[in-house]
Each structure stands twice: as C-alpha cells, then as structure tokens.
Design a protein around this ligand. Sequence first.
Ligand code: FNR
Length: 421
Amino acid sequence: NLIYRAGLYGRRPRVPVNADALHTAAAAAMSSRARGYIDGSAGRETTAEANRSAFDRWQLVPRMATPVTTRRIGVELLGLQLPSPFLLAPIGVAEMVHPRADLATAEAAARTGTPMTVSTQASVPMEEIAAEMSAAPWFYQLYWGSSDEVAFSMVRRAEAAGASAIVLTLDTFMLGWRTRDLDNGFLPFAHGMGIGQYTSDPEFSKLVEARVRADAGQTDTADAQRPTAAAVRALLGMSRRYPGRLRENLRSPYPRAAVETFLETFSRTDLGWSEVARLREITDLPIVVKGIQHPEDAREAQRLGVDALWVSNHGGRQLDGAAASLNSLVDVREAVGDELPLIFDSGVRTASDAIKALALGASVVGIGRPYLYGLALDGSAGVQSVLDYFAAELDISLGLMGVTDVDQLGAEHLHAGRPVG
Ligand code: FNR
C-alpha cells in the first residue's frame, strides 16, 4: 500500500519496481565480472531461458465477485511461521556487488522476517551474519566438499549459531561450465572472494596449515605464514573495490594457501545418498536437500527422511540444457505427495511467477538473483525494497484472483495456455 501511494505521488524509487528495469539498473551498476558471475548461467544458458519460459506456459485464471477484503500471505515451513511464502535463496560472493555483502542482506531479512539461507560461499562468516539476523530465522546452506571434517564443522557451527535448518545443496558437487566467467577469466574463489565460511573454520585452518607446510617443504611455519608478495598484490587489487575485505583477508595469516586449499576441497564428485543419511545422523536440525529435479531423486530423499526438498536447477548455472525448474516442480510434487514441503526456485522474477509455483505445489518460493540486484543498487535498503515489492504484488494479485489465503492456491487457478513466444 505504502509502495503504491509513494509511486502514485510521483516519488521515483531508488530500486526499480518493474522486474526488467530492476535487472537493467543493477546490470549497469555492477562491474562486468560481477555481471558475468551473477547473471551468467552454464553453457549457452538454455536452462536459464527454459526456467523463464516455463512460467509463460501457465496463465492465472482469476475469480470474480469474491470478497477479498482480508487476505493472508503468511505460511508455515518447518514449524516456522513466515510472514510471506518467500525466502532468500543462498547466494555466494555477495561482496562482488556490495561491501557489506551478506550482512546487508541479513539486515533486510531480519527487518522483513524473511528467512535467509546463508551460503557456504558467503563472503562473511555465518556467525557474523547470524548476529545481524537477531530473532529472524535463517538456514545454513551446506556444500559438502572433499573434507568431511570441514562439512561437519560447518554443521556444528550452524547449530551453535542458531540456524533453523541445514540446506544441503546436491547439484554443485562440482562447478558447472560457466562460460561467462571463463571468458572473463574470472573465478571469484581464485580471487579470494566467497570464502568467508572457510577462512573462519577451524577444520579448514588445519588443512591450510598442512598445505603451507607442504608448500614450504618444511615443518617450521614461521616464514610460510607470511603472505606471499603475489597474494598481497591480489588482495590489493581487490581492496580498491572492497576496502573492508582487504583488512579482513590480511588478518588471515596465509590468504593464498587458503584460496588454493579451498579450490582443492570444493568439489566432491562422489557425493551420494549416504552423505544425506549421514547428515541425518549428525544433526537434529531439519534437513532440506536443494537441487532436486528428478522424481526418483525426490522419492529417495523422502525415504531418507529429509524434512523438505528444494526443487531448483541452481538458476541454470550448473547443467545447460536441463529441464525448467517449474516443470520439475510438477513432477516432484506428484512423486512425493501432498505432505512433504517443497521449496522452489530458479527463474522467479515476480510475485505472479511465485503464484504459479505455489499453485503447482510449491510450499515456499526462493528469491534468487532479484535480491542481489537490490543489494547492488541500494545495499540493505535495496534488498528490503525487492522483498517488499514481492510481498505487495503477491497481496494485490491474490486479491485480484479472488483468493484470500495463499494456502488456497491450487491447479484450479491455472490454465495451461499455449507457450508464449
Ligand atoms: C547462486 N546459487 C547458490 N546456491 C547454493 O546452494 N549455494 C550458493 O552458494 C549459491 N550461490 C549462488 C550465486 C549466484 C550469483 C547465483 C545467481 C545463484 C543458486 C541460488 O540459490 C538459486 O538456486 C538461484 O539463484 C535461483 O535462480 P534465479 O531465480 O536466481 O535465476
């Protein structure tokens, strides 16, 4: 309502309301490498395109002459009462677009009560992000790399820092063929970005120390602990854009070894269902597995007792030519029945997209790139603007559909129109 009135009285918002204008404005505000990393998807980016066009196949069918004066957009997920059916998808390397990175996002999440999913690739340690969240719920997204010790340590830290769930991402056991990054000669991690969870981790520090010793061919670490000239130069390069990061990275005794060790431990090509089962044993927190597309995988995860599935193709960043995430949602909902909560993301740009996903069986919808655009344009206030726009549009559109409670959305609200375009 407030957003609407401000607009009608001629005040132009700092963060565009229109989804395409938001993207255009943010793209202009980002460095070309940041743009490539954030907007880029895998290969020819056909998965990302499919994610978008899948929404166009469905059309909303509004009902008329239904009183909608009181409307409810809150939902329940994993025992939490959420103010809206939205949550923030995990996005790493936010320092590329804003110096306060995840901290700014956390502020907006806390102010709106929107759950934030804190990435293993975050720029800032989860404990500092948790401190910004105050009472608002947050989830920890785990990349389980080649070191079990590091993965377990991160789960313990998430428990201690007050996470409400562990989200295990299964679709990124190795990095996709990210063509824009390859053409830009840019991998954030190789530039020491997006490794905040690692450089603050005691188990990861042990791996780095071992590496430093091995590199120096010695057991005495005194000399090896000093950052090399090349590492300092790389950090100075970063510091022009991110002064805060430089100080933080220099506090770490061996930044270069940390980056190299990170690159070695990130991939886990033999990650299997046994790791999901193991995660169930080592934590009492609810477990969500993210990156599910195939109905059989959904059933397997369900058999293993996970608390929710997160249907996603990582915004098209992993496998090029993959099924649209919205199409997978339909298959997965059919496979697991009505009860298991499904979080859905990949391609959601407006509340109207979210309504389609909710009508097709999603319980909650993850916002991805759009909030990073808000972050790039106006920091924490920008993320909040984007979240406010989603909630306001959802409220208006539900009313226009004759729906008073977001939980009532179902297939009867959709028409399977012909593909558009
Ligand atoms: C991501 N995503 C992601 N997922 C995850 O599990 N851990 C992570 O660290 C990241 N990092 C990340 C960085 C960037 C720049 C993007 C764009 C995405 C995937 C994310 O959680 C979500 O699945 C997608 O963003 C959804 O697609 P759209 O809606 O953003 O296109």
